[in-house]
Design a binder for this molecule. Structure first.
Ligand code: TPP
Ligand code: MG
Length: 546
C-alpha cells in the first residue's frame, strides 16, 4: 500500500471525521489519499484558522482534532494554534509536509526544522522516517494528544515517505481506563472538608474536559457546599443556581474573592496553573485540596496541601459517598457575597447608554441565547465581563481561552462549535482587533454554509491594552486604529452585515440573526470608558464593604 494511503487509514481507524487545513505541494500524496477516504477535508484561508478549529473540535468532543499544513511557512502558521491547544489542554494533531528526505534537489528551499520548532508547544513531535513506522507514530500521536492532560502533537510526513510503499499493519488503541484516586487520599480529603468551617468548591478547566457535572451536582446537592468557577471551568455546574458564588474573572478585588478569603478550605477541582490565577495562595492562609487528573505544578501562587489524583468524577463520587455534613459548616457569608454580586450586576447591566457598556451587552447576549447555546470569545477586555457576568448553565457553553489567551480564535472556534453541534445556536464575540486577525475565515464559514453570528465589539482600538495603559497612568498612546466598514466587509464575503445604532437594537438584532440561517456579522460600538473605574475601583470598594 502507498504510505499516504496507510496514513489516512490510520486516521480513519482513530475515528477522524475532519482534517482542517491548507495543503502544499509536499502534501499532495496525502491529499490524494484523503480524497477517497471517509474523512472530510475542510479547507481554510489561513493555517491559524485551521488550527484553532481543530483545537476547539478537540476541546468540545474530547476527540483529537486534526489540522494539516505544508512545510516551512505553513507549519510556522500552526505555531499559535499549537500553543493554544497545548496550554489549553485541547487534544489536537498537526500534520505537516516536508521536502523529500532521502534525496532532494531543492537545497534548503523552504526547509526549517519543523519537528524541533514544535518541540516546546507539543507533547510529541516526530518525523515519519519510513512508511513502516506510520501505524505506531500515528497511534502514539493520538494517544498522547488525547490522554490527560491533553494537548498538541505533531507529525511531519515528508513527501518521499508519503509516496513510498509499505506493508505495515495498523495498530488498534489498547483498552484502558483512567486511574482512580487511592483511598487514603480520599479519606484525607473527607477529613479536611469535614473539619473545615467554610469549605468552598472551586471548579476549573479540567472539570470541563470530561463528564464531571453529574457527580459534582450530587456532591453539592448532598453537602450544600457553595461553588466558584474559574474562567475555563464555567458551566460545569449551573451558574444561575443558588449555591453559585461567582466567577474568578479577576485574580483579586472582586466580590468572589471575599468569599475565597473567608473560606478556610478550597476544594479545587480541575484547576491548574495555566489559567490566570483565580486567587493567590498565601503561606499560612487557607488550605487547598487539589483534585485533578494530574498532580499540581508547584507555583509561587499555588502549592496545595493535599492532592487527590485520578479520574475527577470518580474522586468526587468517592468523597460524596463518605462525607457527612457538619453542624459547624457556615456558608452564610458566601450567600451574602453572591447577593452583593447580583445587586451590583443588575445595577450596571440595565444601563442603556450608547455605545453600549460591556455589562449591558453581556446581559443581552445571555437573554438572546438558550441555555445550551454556545458563545465563543476572542481575546479582549470583554472576556472579563463575559467570564464574570455571563451565567453559563452547561459545560463548554462559554468557550474562552484563559490559557494562551490568544487573539484570533473567536471566529474559528465558533465555526468548530457549529460543525460539532449543527443544531445549537452559536455566537462568536470578538474585539475589532482579534476579529481582524482571522477575519479571512468568514469565507470558509460562508462556503461551509454555517449558521453563526459574529459580533464585533468595536472600540477602534486594542481596548484591553488601553485599559491596562490607563491603569498604569501612562498617556493614551499607540493603541488606536481604523477599521473597515464591517457591514460591507461581511457583505463582500456573501455574509449578512448589520450595524447597531442604539443599545436597544442589540437584543432584537441578535435574536433575528439566530433565527435566520447564514453567516451574520454585527458591528456593535462599545463604550469601555468605565472599565478602569468599575474593575479596579468600584468592585474593590463595594466588595470591601461586605
Ligand atoms: C495574538 C495576540 N497578540 C497580542 C495579544 C495582546 N493583547 C491582549 S488583548 C489585546 C487587545 C485586544 O483588542 P480587541 O480585539 O480589539 O479587543 P478589545 O480589548 O478592544 O475589546 C492585545 C493586543 C494577544 N493576547 N494575542
Ligand atoms: Mg477593540
Amino acid at each position: 500500500m502507498k504510505a499516504s494511503d496507510l496514513f489516512v487509514k490510520a486516521l480513519e481507524a482513530e475515528g477522524v471525521e475532519y482534517v482542517f487545513g491548507i495543503p502544499g505541494e509536499e502534501n499532495l500524496d496525502l491529499l490524494e489519499s484523503l480524497r477517497s477516504s471517509s474523512i472530510k477535508l475542510i479547507l481554510t484561508r489561513h493555517e491559524q484558522g485551521a488550527g484553532f478549529i481543530a483545537a476547539t473540535y478537540g476541546r468540545l468532543t474530547g476527540k483529537v482534532g486534526v489540522c494539516l499544513s505544508t512545510l516551512g511557512p505553513g507549519a510556522t502558521n500552526l505555531v499559535t494554534p499549537g500553543a493554544y491547544a497545548q496550554l489549553g489542554a485541547m487534544p489536537m494533531l498537526m500534520i505537516t509536509g516536508q521536502k523529500p528526505v532521502k534525496t532532494s534537489k531543492q537545497g534548503r528551499f523552504q526547509v526549517i526544522d519543523v519537528v524541533d520548532m514544535m518541540r516546546s508547544i507539543t507533547k510529541y513531535t516526530t518525523q515519519v522516517v519510513s512508511g513502516d513506522r506510520i501505524p505506531s507514530v500515528v497511534r502514539e500521536a493520538f494517544r498522547l494528544a488525547h490522554e490527560e492532560r491533553p494537548g498538541a502533537t505533531h507529525i511531519e510526513l515528508p513527501e518521499d515517505i508519503a509516496a513510498e510503499q509499505t506493508s505495515a499493519q495498523l495498530l488498534k488503541p489498547s483498552a484502558s481506563r483512567r486511574p482512580i484516586a487511592e483511598y487514603k487520599s480520599i479519606n484525607r480529603a473527607v477529613a479536611m472538608i469535614e473539619g473545615a468551617k467554610s469549605p468552598l468548591l472551586l471548579i476549573g478547566a479540567a472539570a470541563n474536559r470530561k463528564l464531571t457535572s453529574k457527580m459534582l451536582k450530587e456532591f453539592v446537592d448532598k453537602t450544600g457546599i457553595h461553588y466558584v468557577t474559574t474562567q475555563m471551568g464555567k458551566g460545569v455546574l449551573d451558574e444561575s443556581h443558588e449555591l453559585f458564588v461567582g466567577n474568578t474573572a479577576l485574580s483579586s478585588g472582586d466580590f468572589v474573592h471575599r468569599a475565597i478569603d473567608s473560606s478556610d478550605l478550597i476544594i479545587n477541582v480541575g484547576h491548574d496553573v495555566v489559567e490566570k490565577p483565580p486567587f493567590f495562595m498565601q503561606h499560612g492562609g487557607r488550605e487547598v485540596i487539589h483534585i485533578n487528573f494530574e498532580p499540581a505544578a508547584v507555583d509561587p501562587v499555588y502549592f496545595p496541601q493535599l492532592e487527590v489524583l485520578g479520574d475527577i468524577a470518580n474522586s468526587i463520587w468517592q468523597i460524596k459517598e463518605q462525607i457527612n455534613n457538619q453542624q459547624q459548616w457556615d456558608f452564610s457569608f458566601f450567600r451574602k457575597v453572591h447577593n452583593a454580586y447580583l445587586v451590583h450586576k443588575s445595577e450596571s447591566e440595565n444601563d442603556d447608554r450608547f455605545p453600549v457598556l460591556p455589562e449591558r451587552f453581556v446581559r443581552d447576549i445571555r437573554e438572546a441565547m438558550p441555555k445550551d447555546g454556545i458563545v465563543t470569545l476572542d481575546n479582549g477586555v470583554y472576556k472579563i465581563w463575559f467570564a464574570r457576568n455571563y451565567l453559563a448553565a452547561f459545560p463548554n457553553t462559554l468557550l474562552l481561552d484563559n490559557a494562551l489567551a490568544t487573539m484570533g480564535a473567536g471566529l474559528p472556534s465558533a465555526m468548530a462549535a457549529k460543525i460539532v453541534y449543527p443544531d445549537k445556536p452559536v455566537i462568536a464575540v470578538c474585539g475589532d482587533g482579534g476579529f481582524m486577525m482571522n477575519s479571512q475565515e468568514m469565507e470558509t464559514a460562508v462556503r461551509l454554509k454555517l449558521h453563526i453570528v459574529v459580533i464585533i465589539l468595536r472600540d477602534d482600538a486594542y481596548g484591553m491594552i488601553k485599559w491596562k495603559q490607563a491603569h498604569m497612568k501612562f498617556a493614551d498612546y499607540g493603541l488606536d486604529y481604523g477599521n473597515p466598514d464591517f457591514v460591507k466587509y461581511a457583505e463582500s464575503y456573501g455574509a449578512k452585515g448589520w450595524r447597531i445604532a442604539a443599545t436597544d437594537e442589540i437584543l432584537p438584532r441578535v435574536k433575528a440573526c439566530l433565527a435566520e440561517p447564514g453567516v451574520h456579522l454585527i458591528d456593535v460600538p462599545v463604550d469601555y470608558s468605565l472599565n478602569d473605574k468599575t474593575l479596579n475601583e468600584t468592585l474593590l470598594q463595594r466588595s470591601q464593604q461586605l
